[in-house]
Design a protein around this ligand. Structure first.
Ligand code: MEV
Length: 326
């Protein structure tokens, strides 16, 4: 790559929540996910005078060179893969990562970091090599593909929903292996996202569901089918603006997730608190076992539900609007 002293590019990527369909989506059923812009990961690429690639992630107190990073390190992997995709050797830059997305919480922190790094490197390399479309960088689909490779390191059999919704930064109706489908949110709706404060790696929950599926395929295929039907019906309601009906589907999805064994006492306590304070529906979001849950609120119920969630032990609550100005 040509030397280009003191050149800097910064890019960020949002978090995400899954509204319907986590876990079943790994087995080919549809799921719905939306970006959450209130939490973000950012990647800055800064040119260096020496040949090294330095990874600087102050939030996790990490500073290392690419050369010293283990082969399966997620940050090193996204840098290596992106440079390979762009046909340039990784050299002469620092990658600095900051993130406000809590890790292992169902908000897509790993995928957001990968997307931010891939997009930032794409722009950086396009700019320093004066490639055509320099200001554009890589297409979202390429960035999503690269982040998917890293998702495999985070948890063996990812569906690809996290990297897709984060790379495209729009609500998606996602079916594994199929082209991305966006859909119309006819009427905006509001969610409270509450953190149990318990870090729960997706890999473990996904692995446990797999073991149970292997032990009783008939039961789990039925559970996944039911979840898939909820996701499909939810899409129809969202496209019609019939938001009142969504809550019941969310709570039904939570019951199916609990039957799969991926809920927890802490999640259920927050779900019950939200429903008790008037939420139209509530469920865990993401891998489960800990992490975040979501509750469907209205302008009238929102404050009472946020208070109830905090009182029931939520470590923090984010309120986000889907389909409107956030
Ligand atoms: C993780 O955000 C969602 C899961 O369905 C796993 C996946 O889709 O890869 C639990």
């Amino acid at each position: 790559m040509p030397d280009n002293s003191r050149f800097t590019v910064t890019v960020d990527a949002p978090g995400k929540i899954i509204l319907f369909g986590e876990h079943a989506v790994v087995y080919g059923r549809p799921a719905i996910a939306v970006p959450v812009i209130q939490v973000r990961a950012s990647a800055t690429i800064e040119s260096r005078a020496d040949d090294a690639v330095v990874i600087d992630a102050p939030d996790i107190a990490r500073m290392s060179t690419l050369r010293d990073a283990p082969a399966d390190d997620p940050l090193a992997t996204i840098i290596r893969l992106t440079c390979a995709r762009l046909g340039v050797p990784p050299e002469k830059f620092t990658v600095r990562i900051r993130s406000t997305i809590p890790v292992a919480s169902g908000l897509g922190s790993g995928a957001a970091v990968s997307v931010a790094v891939a997009r930032a490197l794409g722009k950086y390399i396009a700019s320093v090599t004066l490639a055509p479309h320099a200001s554009v960088g890589m297409p979202n689909a390429d960035i999503s593909d690269l982040a998917y490779e890293v998702e495999k390191l985070h948890h063996g059999t990812p569906s690809g929903i996290d990297n897709t919704v984060i790379a495209f930064e729009q609500p998606v109706y996602f079916v594994r292996g199929k082209p991305i489908e966006s859909f119309r949110v006819a009427k905006p709706f509001t969610l409270a996202i509450a953190d149990t404060g318990i870090a729960a790696p997706t890999k473990i929950a996904v692995g446990d569901v797999r073991s149970q599926w292997e032990a009783d395929r008939e039961l789990f295929e039925k559970l996944f089918d039911n979840v898939g039907t909820l996701a499909h019906n939810a899409r129809v309601l969202i496209e019609q603006g019939a938001i009142e009906g969504l809550g019941g589907l969310m709570t039904a999805n939570q019951i199916l997730l609990a039957t799969m064994g991926v809920s927890s006492l802490e999640i259920q306590r927050l779900v019950d608190a939200a429903l008790g304070a008037g939420a139209l529906g509530a469920k865990l979001s993401g891998g489960g076992r800990g992490g975040n849950m979501i509750a469907l609120v209205t302008e009238v119920t929102q404050d009472a539900i946020v208070r109830a969630l905090l009182k029931a032990g939520a470590k923090r609550v984010i309120v986000t609007m889907v389909g409107g100005r956030q």
